[in-house]
Ligand binder design. Structure first.
Ligand code: SAM
Length: 703
């Protein structure tokens, strides 16, 4: 353990905390005194640090209110945390003795900064003290001590400063124990359980190191020299719970940060938080919060303390899912049977997943769109825009000039050069594209930043060359002003046909800077005209859903994310009658339990809907971690039934912000791109396109 680097984690987290405080997320007038040089963080980082501050305050306040007077708080690895000052301001401390422990250097710096900011009312010497106690006042003690050495000496120091081991005592570890070797961090938990008969332990730290997001997270901490040492031995919430139970802290409760945010913070506060900054990083936000756990445990037999712990995050909900693992070739497929859902296991199809494409450097992108088109009798996936790596340049950027053609027989990728008389894509991220019969690609909407989006349609024509250098010509269609859909991004689109003749692009939902839409539009490609569709059902506003053609005039609309920023689970079939008025006949599929999903891609395959990747989570499950891993859902629209397969291919994926197409030649799904900015840990691209071969073993899954 490199203690200098580990101490440095405090310096970076305090800057992020100040950034979110300055933006108005959280009231903390003290934190500014502990930051030498402030820096503005992204809306994503601000929001994550808000959720972290909120969950810690929630636990501390619940303890202070629930455990009566005479209790104690020991903050382990307190760093420059300001909980003591904030609780005092709120008059919640009463006679509570608040003890902070960190390395001597950190404590010395903290006390100096607090003194400079005038945060202590009475003066107190802050020089090093042979007995580790750096400051002692009536209700506050600062101790410089290496937690790797917990044992009798620390017990003696605490008793000497007036800590009563028999009183209810809250131990806080906010991203601390994970930096200790796992044996040493277990020693800390065991020592607390053995020494304090009425201990309540609150741990907040990272989990799930093995999925793609987790791997980016682990790499980040390795690179900055403060690796997460405990996470590999306790990778899941259940492992963390078991660890506390094994140490004698038998009563436990735990939740992911995402489940805490959506279940324990009331809607009014969330709405206020969500309106503070323009935000369009939903996937990274949800994924980041799924990788942090907060756990409370106690060894106390006292009913009040036990109730406090078990009700800390609203109590338990639905039972756990049952999981069975099957191996197909060298690919592990985990079949998860949702509790409560009746899924015919024997009918589940098998899914084969591999990474077949070779020259795929230029595929490093996310937030793009794609469609299939026929060129010179061959089938190509056309990949348009997004954010990522432009083949000639190293930096990541918006790809307003980047179009790829993927030969769906050989999986060769062809970057296409823009012709001189062409337009750049005005807004290359989160647009949609469909292909028309004449081989053109129509790109609608999209954004360049969350402040700027478009209602334009760009028409793209590709020119394959035998020499291998492809070109494209693009032009922005000129359309009459009225009526037409508002500018938007993250909408869904598909192509349908009226009487198998008139070709129409259907567009549904999406968002702009301030609103989420629920309108549906049809664009007649020949007349170059928009018409609004009368929708018979109340479909709630949503973006990042999928719209997939089932046949010439029917689509399936699935999932998305709504006004409350949580994934939606409804699936609709939409049948169009296109005439003078455009009418849609809609029906909502009645599923025993459909996935709450968004930012996925979908394909119809043998009359079965396949949902690839996406972000799924359900705040109403037991711990909130049930659906973290990338998965494929197979939805039998007839029954209707559902099967879920977790993917574990050799190269890990972060399957959202991607696209997928169906290869007729190969009869398989091709997944293109995907990835994200993973919190502050780094950007991840799904480098290689993947193919999924879905075999239907039982005709019940087929049409
Ligand atoms: C990421 S910071 C968190 C600080 C604070 N808990 C917060 O959330 O703002 C990790 C802190 O744990 C402290 N820490 C890590 N290992 C420690 C050890 N073995 N003994 C004492 N403190 C330790 C570091 O010095 C650092 O202040």
């Amino acid at each position: 353990m490199n203690t200098e680097k580990v101490q440095g984690t405090n310096d970076s987290s305090i800057v992020s905390k100040l950034s979110m405080v300055n933006k108005g997320y959280f009231h903390d007038p003290y934190i500014v005194h502990f930051v030498e040089k402030s820096s503005r963080r992204s809306p994503l980082i601000n929001r994550c640090y808000f959720a972290r501050a909120a969950v810690i305050s929630h636990c501390v306040e619940a303890f202070l209110k629930g455990c009566g007077s005479g209790n104690q708080i020991v903050s382990l690895g307190a760093g420059f945390d300001t909980t003591y000052f904030r609780m005092q301001e709120k008059n919640l401390l009463g006679s509570t003795h608040f003890v902070e422990i960190d390395f001597p250097d950190v404590i010395t710096r903290k006390l100096a900064l607090a003194a400079r900011g005038g945060l202590f009312s009475e003066p107190c010497p802050t020089k090093n003290n042979p007995d580790h106690v750096f400051r002692r006042s009536e209700n506050y003690t600062a101790i410089g001590f290496d937690l790797q050495l917990v044992g009798d000496e620390l017990r003696r120091i605490l008793v000497d400063v007036g800590v009563d081991v028999s009183k209810p005592t809250l131990f806080l570890s906010e991203v601390v124990l994970t930096y200790l070797p796992s044996k040493k961090s277990s020693n800390v938990i065991g020592w607390v359980a053995d020494t304090f008969p009425h201990a309540m332990f609150t741990v907040f730290e990272q989990v799930t190191p093995d999925d793609s997001f987790g791997k980016v997270m682990i790499r980040h901490f390795n690179q900055i020299g403060s690796p997460l040492l405990t996470i590999h031995d306790y990778p899941t919430i259940r492992d963390q719970i078991q660890r506390h139970r094994n140490s004698g802290l038998k009563t436990t409760t735990a939740t992911t940060l995402s489940r805490f945010y959506y279940r324990c913070i009331n809607l009014e506060i969330r709405k206020k938080i969500e309106s503070l900054e323009i935000f369009d990083e939903f996937e990274a936000w949800h994924r980041a919060c799924q990788h942090y756990v907060v756990l409370c445990s106690t060894n106390s037999e006292n009913d009040d303390i036990q109730n406090l712990v078990t009700r800390m995050f609203g109590g338990d909900l639905i039972g756990e899912s049952t999981v069975t693992i099957r191996y197909i070739d060298n690919i592990i497929i985990t079949f998860v049977q949702f509790s409560g859902a009746e899924i015919p296991v024997e009918n589940a199809s098998s899914i084969d997943c591999c990474n077949p494409v070779t020259n795929s450097d230029c595929m490093q992108r996310f937030g793009h769109c794609s469609c299939v088109t026929q060129l010179q009798g061959l089938e190509y996936a056309i990949v348009v825009g997004g954010f990522g790596v432009q083949s000639s340049k190293l930096s990541h950027q918006r790809l307003s000039d980047s179009i790829l053609a993927v030969d769906l027989r050989s999986y060769q990728l062809h970057p296409c050069e823009r012709s001189e008389d062409s337009h750049l894509l005005p807004c290359p991220m989160h647009a949609t594209c469909v292909s028309s019969r004449n081989g053109q690609v129509l790109v609608f909407g999209g954004r360049s930043s969350p402040n700027k989006c478009t209602d334009m349609i760009t028409e793209i024509q590709l020119f394959p060359c035998i020499s291998g250098s492809w070109t494209y010509r693009s032009r922005i269609m000129s359309l009459s002003e009225q009526p037409r859909p508002k500018p938007r991004w993250r909408h869904a689109a598909a192509m349908v046909y009226s009487n198998s003749e008139t070709e129409c692009m259907v567009v549904f939902g999406g968002r702009d800077t301030t609103s989420v839409f629920y309108d549906m539009w049809i664009f007649d490609t020949e007349a170059a005209q928009w018409s609004m569709v009368d929708l018979p059902l109340d479909v709630s506003p949503r973006h990042s859903s999928s719209l997939t053609a089932m046949d010439d005039s029917t689509c399936v609309l699935c999932g998305g994310i709504g006004l409350e920023e949580t994934p939606l689970d409804d699936i609709f079939t939409v049948k169009f009658e296109i005439g003078v008025r455009c009418v849609a006949v809609m029906s909502r599929l009645k599923m025993p339990m459909s996935p709450k999903i968004y930012s996925h891609s979908s394909i119809m395959c043998n009359g079965t809907l396949i949902l690839c990747g996406g972000v799924t989570f359900n705040p109403h499950t037991r711990y909130g971690d049930e659906e973290v891993k990338d998965a494929i859902y197979v939805v039998n629209l007839r029954e209707p039934t559902l099967a879920r397969f977790e993917l574990s291919c050799e190269s890990p994926a972060l399957l959202h912000n991607h696209s997928c197409v169906w290869s007729n030649d190969r009869e398989e799904i091709v997944i293109l791109g995907g990835g994200d900015n993973c919190f502050s840990f780094g950007t991840y691209f799904v480098k290689t396109p993947m193919t999924l071969k879905v075999e239907f073993k039982n005709s019940a899954m087929c049409d």
